[in-house]
Write a protein that binds this ligand. Structure first.
Ligand code: C2E
Ligand code: MG
Ligand code: MG
Length: 562
């Protein structure tokens, strides 16, 4: 605690603070406790939601930018200072940033007294603590993310050519789990050294977060040179693993983002955080593609990733909003014998909130990846069965066919779900057909076979979908023992164009019939196609010739009476 006569007054202290502010990241303040005036250096205006850098009525003004959970603590601390109970302010709490989000700060201050010994001025420093640990990192011995940010800020806007190579240690979590964090720290330090050893002039490395590093290239290196750099780092890391006698086995992946394209075209540099986002994407692509490799950023991949992310968020929102945006369409399956309606295939549709209709070819894999196919699948079964019940009032033998995903078979109690819903609606099991597409590897699964055989045992129809499209294996007819085979449109088209394929289809149909199974030909669009395919004597036809998939209402209008 110092007496005022030895020290400058409020205004002079403010001027001194201004002089220092230009060479520091922290914020200096002076508070006049006698006249209730607060001054903070101007750099704080860019960061915090302050009304001005000098203000009076301090208690009320603090309320406008100090986090509501912290204001009482701050005022209590100031009260203790003003009442002379303590002479030092040292508090960690939150101010609101200009973006409205809380920013952790550490505010320290010293008190100056008047000649009479009463508290008069407080001056001190505010520094951000929420990101201070990112400036430098003692584990790897490298500068941290905020130092990279600072560097880029200094270089912009004259920075025209730069490469950002984000590197990540593969399976680092396992290194920590199996060998402890001390060994993990050792690996981080050694990998940092591997990277440093591999760099040339004009190349710098920073530790970004956890097990990720960023190499900033300002040397004007091209893609080939960066590729060579990556391989140098990779072989250094391989040597490190072998030097350690394979105690822990890990590799290194990297994603490369350039300010300049390979063809010399300049990217629009939209800022540091955008570059960091792109580099994060690039590294995760390298890991998704199998790790231990370098991925060069491509705008097409990123656009596809953003599209998937957008659709994923629309889909999960739709599921939590009572399946709003999903709709089932129905397409008839017609018997060839008397051209009667046999069944309808339920085909899922999805409309985004922006009214864009998305193809199931695009959104079904996303539902599968996120496992949202589980609730959506239940919704499909329930709605398709409800539709079937309504149709049965007119067509007592009407059946509905639904497409199943392997996820539903492997991760849910599908048999119990289906049985429960059939009972709930008092429908017989043979009103339902379940379709499964050959995937090439899951058919052998005992779990899949067990669900299918249980469904079949109670009378649910089992259809092998997309037969003849891409991967097709006759042994699946033996493995899965379906009751129906659905020939895919691509095979149908080939059979219509080419006599060899036509004969092949003829023999498949004979084989299927000899096994006592039914056969559906999909994708018939014209009367000519129908006439030729009918020669093969399939049991059922599905195609635009009879109807495109349509809404429940349209379907019911089309098939009013028996
Ligand atoms: P899929 O099960 O083989 O369904 C038949 C597809 O062929 C449907 O495409 C249908 O609209 C189309 N199609 C039928 N007749 C013709 C025709 O004459 N000409 C042409 N050009 N196309 C015809 P859609 O509705 O786009 O569905 C594509 C695929 O998405 C389906 O193939 C199925 O694998 C999947 N899918 C659709 N709905 C669901 C669902 O509810 N669950 C699951 N897991 N997959 C579904
Ligand atoms: Mg199908
Ligand atoms: Mg099909």
């Amino acid at each position: 605690m110092k007496k005022e006569e030895q020290f400058p007054d409020f205004r002079t202290l403010c001027d001194i603070a201004k002089l220092f502010a230009s060479c520091m990241n922290d914020y200096l303040y002076v508070m006049d406790l006698t006249h209730d005036v607060y001054f903070i250096t101007e750099n704080a205006l860019n960061r915090f939601a302050l009304p001005a850098n000098t203000f009076s009525d301090t208690r009320n003004t603090f309320r406008s930018f100090v986090h509501s959970e912290d204001i009482d603590m701050l005022l209590a601390d100031l009260d203790e200072i003003i009442s002379g109970k303590k002479d030092e302010h040292n508090l960690k709490y939150r101010w609101l940033g200009v973006d409205g989000y809380p920013v952790w700060i550490n505010c320290r201050g010293n008190l100056l007294l008047t000649a009479a010994g009463t508290p008069h001025l407080m001056f001190g420093c505010i520094n951000e603590i929420g990101n201070s640990q990112t400036a430098a990192d003692n584990i790897s011995g490298l500068l941290g993310e905020s130092s990279l940010h600072e560097r880029i800020r200094q270089l912009m806007p004259s920075l025209k050519e730069a490469m950002f190579m984000r590197l990540g240690i593969d399976e680092f979590k396992l290194v920590n789990e199996r060998h402890g964090t001390d060994y993990g720290d050792f690996v981080l330090r050694e990998v940092a050294a591997c990277i440093k050893r591999s760099l040339g002039p004009g190349q710098y490395v920073y530790r970004i977060v956890s097990d990720e590093f960023m190499v900033l290239d300002l040397s004007g290196a091209n893609y080939n040179e960066m590729n060579r750099l990556y391989h140098r780092i990779r072989s250094e890391v391989d040597d490190l693993v072998s030097r350690e006698h394979y105690k822990a086995i890990y590799t290194i992946s990297a994603g490369l983002v350039a300010l300049k394209d390979t063809d010399g075209k300049q990217h629009d540099y939209t800022g540091y955080s955008e570059t960091m986002k792109l580099s994060e994407f690039a590294l995760s692509e390298a890991k998704t593609k199998g790790r231990n490799q370098l991925y060069f950023f491509r705008q097409e991949d990123y656009s596809a990733f953003l599209r998937r992310r957008y659709l994923n968020s629309c889909l999960s929102q739709a599921v939590s909003d009572n399946f709003r945006g999903f709709e089932l369409n129905f397409q008839p399956l017609v018997t060839t014998k008397e051209e009667g309606l046999y069944a309808a295939e339920a085909l899922l549709r999805f409309r985004t909130p922006a009214d864009e209709l998305i193809s199931p070819i695009e959104f079904i894999p996303l539902l599968e990846e996120s496992s949202l196919i589980i609730p959506v699948g239940r919704w499909i079964i329930r709605n398709a069965l409800a539709f079937c019940k309504t149709m049965r009032e007119r067509y007592p033998k009407f059946r509905v066919s639904i497409n199943l995903s392997y996820i539903q078979l492997l991760k849910t109690a599908l048999f119990d779900d289906i049985k429960g819903m059939l009972d709930e609606l008092s429908l017989p099991p043979d009103c339902l057909i379940t379709e499964l597409t050959e995937s090439g590897h899951l058919e052998d699964s005992a779990a899949v076979r067990s669900v299918w055989s249980k469904l079949k045992a109670i009378g649910v129809g089992i259809a092998l979908d997309d037969f003849g499209k891409g991967y097709s294996n006759l042994t699946n007819i033996g493995n899965l023992r379906p009751s129906i085979i659905k020939i895919d449109r691509s095979f149908t088209l080939k059979a219509l164009e080419n006599s060899y394929e036509f004969d092949l289809l003829l023999h498949i149909i004979k084989l299927v019939h000899n096994l006592g199974l039914d056969l559906v030909v999909e994708g018939i669009e014209t009367s000519d196609e129908l006439a030729r395919i009918t020669l093969l004597k399939p049991d059922y036809i599905q195609g635009y010739y009879y109807s495109k998939p349509c809404t429940q209402k349209e379907f019911m209008n089309k098939y009013k009476e028996t």
